[in-house]
Design a protein around this ligand. Structure first.
Ligand SMILES: Cc1cc2nc3c(=O)[nH]c(=O)nc-3n(C[C@H](O)[C@H](O)[C@H](O)COP(=O)(O)O)c2cc1C
Ligand SMILES: Nc1ncnc2c1ncn2[C@@H]1O[C@H](COP(=O)(O)OP(=O)(O)OP(=O)(O)O)[C@@H](O)[C@H]1O
Length: 289
């Protein structure tokens, strides 16, 4: 997969050299089941039309410049992770538009001229609630008008699970209240973090991208995926611990790591008490961890 970074104003050379494509639009934090449905449909259209499949995402999150609602500064999938997932989903090109105050002011029709038609887009696909352009005035209905017959438009209808719209905001809310086990319903798997494991035996440290959105403070049951092995353990999140280092206490003491790539999957919320307190209690009960 090719990654193309777009600064403001868009470079005419990038436009000239761009390949004809089907373009999926959105921020795609978490690449949840709703996002996966869009990419799946986009892949089918690209195959049918014999075009490249491109995704256009933004960085940082538009909320960092648009004074509306809470600002998203931590991500379910930091940019390098999102890139890996897109690659696995069969995306050929990833356009990353640097989102700043100037980009936020681009009118909807100019965005379509310069960033879609200008990049040789032949087909646009996005969800029913996709908004683009200054003040979010562009909708999927507007996209059909703005396309002026230069490309086709597909709108993906609302993807729901348990009567709820699957969405990144919902996932962040669930994690903020420790409901990691509920995340599975919307993500299709446990919430996961890629990292590098250091340490040996029962206690290891996993260094993660500091851009990751962490579940709220508490004690969690986790699984460390490591070279085909799955090791269960517990991990505590607290304001006292650096947010780019996860301290994991494993139930088996067989893992050894020195900058070993691992995946930490968040399985269950155990409790919201301190690890120290937890161990004191475990010792009293003569439970070995
Ligand atoms: C070029 C461009 C400019 C945008 N400008 C604005 C804006 O000025 N105000 C706004 O509310 N949304 C604007 N949006 C829409 C936001 O990106 C988006 O709707 C909002 O951040 C919600 O994000 P989400 O639906 O991806 O979570 C713009 C989008 C694009 C692509
Ligand atoms: N549940 C869904 N059903 C259909 N389309 C969706 C769904 N969730 C997101 N999309 C679409 O996926 C693309 C990327 O989504 P985006 O990251 O902007 O939204 P989101 O996941 O709903 O996040 P948020 O909760 O912050 O709005 C957009 O085109 C959006 O319309």
């Amino acid at each position: 997969m090719k990654r193309i970074h777009i600064d403001f104003p868009i470079d005419a050379k990038i436009q000239e050299n761009s390949e004809a494509c089907v373009m999926a639009l959105g921020f795609f934090d978490g690449v949840h089941l709703g996002h996966q449905e869009i990419i799946k449909q986009a892949r089918q259209i690209a195959d049918r039309k014999n075009l490249k499949l491109a995704v256009m995402t933004f960085f940082p999150h538009p909320s960092s410049v648009i004074p509306k609602g809470p600002t998203v500064t931590k991500y379910l999938t930091p940019l390098p992770v999102k890139m890996k997932i897109f690659e696995l989903l069969g995306v050929d090109l990833m356009y990353v538009v640097e989102f700043n105050a100037q980009v936020a002011k681009i009118p909807h029709d100019k965005f379509v001229d310069d960033y879609l038609a200008g990049l040789h887009v032949r087909h646009v696909i996005a969800g029913f609630d996709y908004k683009y352009g200054f003040k979010g005035k562009g909708s999927m209905e507007q996209m059909v008008i703005d396309s002026a017959d230069r490309f086709e438009v597909t709108t993906v209808s609302k993807f729901t699970r348990e009567q709820q719209k699957v969405g990144s905001t919902l996932l962040r809310e669930l994690l903020s209240s420790g409901k990691v086990e509920k995340v599975r319903t919307y993500l299709g798997k446990d919430y996961e973090m890629n990292g590098l494991m250091n340490g040996q035996g029962g206690k290891v440290e996993v260094m993660i991208d500091s851009d990751y959105f962490l579940p709220c403070s508490g004690l969690y049951e986790v699984t460390v995926h490591y070279q085909g092995i799955r090791a269960k353990g517990v991990c505590e999140i607290s304001s006292q611990i650096a947010n780019d280092r996860l301290q994991v206490r494993l139930f088996h003491e067989s893992l050894i790591g020195h900058d070993q790539p691992v995946i930490v999957a968040w399985n269950n919320f155990i409790a919201d008490f301190d690890m120290e307190e937890f161990h004191a209690q475990a010792n009293m009960l003569d439970v070995s961890l």
